[in-house]
Design a protein around this ligand. Structure first.
Ligand code: GRG
Length: 309
């Protein structure tokens, strides 16, 4: 019986599933695909700026989730790889814009100088815009052997995730909440459901849509994704307090500095950890029907609360 993340990691390892090996292998596939996806063209400066952030490392969690659910629901790697790359392009563009002086004003990301620190603010804005537009083009142009209706569904969903109902709206609510002392856990959850949860959920669901998953599968996977999405953000808030700059590859303590409400500031660190664990347990409970076929998704859920960056 699986109860907590750490326990599950042990169990999946003893059952023959090695998460570290799995993540490394999937990251290699994704790195190679992304490198190929965006060759340098003219004007070189913008392509270099886009590649600088896209290929700067990171956990590649969103594409890994997309590939995992496509495989789980009967699809192939080839069906989901363009969408997996597009998800990382969108995530990367959101990081570039989030780091701008007009937003969070950060100098470091993924252990490197932020895009605007290297290329200037004007190019960083355009690099983000370029990646966002290319993500949609890439899914439309490169997805092969998938019925057009499914591709259309993924593209529509990506648009909804990025726009005012998702990332953009979440970022606005986040900006509006800065410096306010009366932010409730409900408001915080609304912000993070849009800012962080929406793209994680779309990562999980798009792989399954491309594979032609049933509506029951999509429902189960949505619930899994919503739970890991919230847990991911709670852990992110905790790491901003407990991790080092070297571990995170970016400035730490930013939330406190910007007077942002966080889960630890509302609940305290221990209660936040407990909440994250409960969410991971709920996420994992959605996967029982898939038995060992969902080992990767189970182990990723555990990794989300045990991660150090
Ligand atoms: C999407 C059009 C458009 C604009 C962007 C700036 C903005 C609007 C939204 C902010 C979105 C944002 C930065 C959310 C935070 C998400 C988050 C927890 C990022 C960290 O993700 P990790 O830990 O990072 O997966 P790595 O580097 O491992 O990929």
């Amino acid at each position: 019986m699986i109860t907590t993340g750490e326990k599950l990691v042990e169990e999946t390892l003893t059952a023959g599933f090695n998460l570290a090996v799995y993540l490394k292998q999937q990251q290699k596939i994704i790195e190679e695909a992304m490198d190929k996806s965006l060759p340098i063209a003219k004007p070189e400066k913008i392509y270099k700026a886009m590649r600088y952030s896209l290929l700067a490392g990171g956990k590649r969690l969103r594409p890994i989730l997309c590939l995992a659910t496509c495989e789980l629901t009967g699809g192939s790697l080839e069906m989901a790889l363009p969408t997996a790359c597009a998800l990382e392009m969108i995530h990367t563009m959101s990081l570039i814009h989030d780091d701008l002086p007009a937003m969070d004003n950060d100098d470091y990301r993924r252990g490197k100088l932020t895009n605007h620190k290297v290329y200037g603010e004007n190019i960083a804005i355009l690099a983000g815009d370029g990646l966002l537009a290319y993500a949609f083009e890439y899914v439309g142009q490169e997805t092969k052997n998938v019925p057009p209706q499914r591709i259309l569904e993924v593209i529509t969903r990506l648009g909804r995730t990025v726009g005012a109902t998702g990332l953009v709206g979440g970022q606005v609510l986040d900006l509006e909440s800065e410096g306010k002392s009366d932010i409730t856990a409900e408001t915080l959850t609304e912000i993070h459901t849009r800012k962080t949860g929406a793209l994680l959920e779309t990562s999980v669901i798009s792989g399954a849509i491309l594979a032609g998953a049933s509506s029951e599968d999509l429902q189960r996977l949505s619930t899994y994704a919503q739970n890991i999405g919230l847990a991911f953000q709670i852990v992110d808030d905790i790491l901003d307090i407990t991790a080092t700059k070297e571990e995170l590859g970016k400035t730490v303590g930013k939330d406190l500095q910007a007077q942002k409400a966080t889960y630890p500031s509302i609940w305290g660190i221990e209660a936040s950890r407990e909440q994250a664990k409960q969410l991971i347990d709920s996420a994992i409970s959605q996967l029982s029907i898939y038995r060992e076929k969902a080992d990767a998704l189970r182990a990723i859920a555990c990794y989300i609360i045990n991660r150090k960056n």
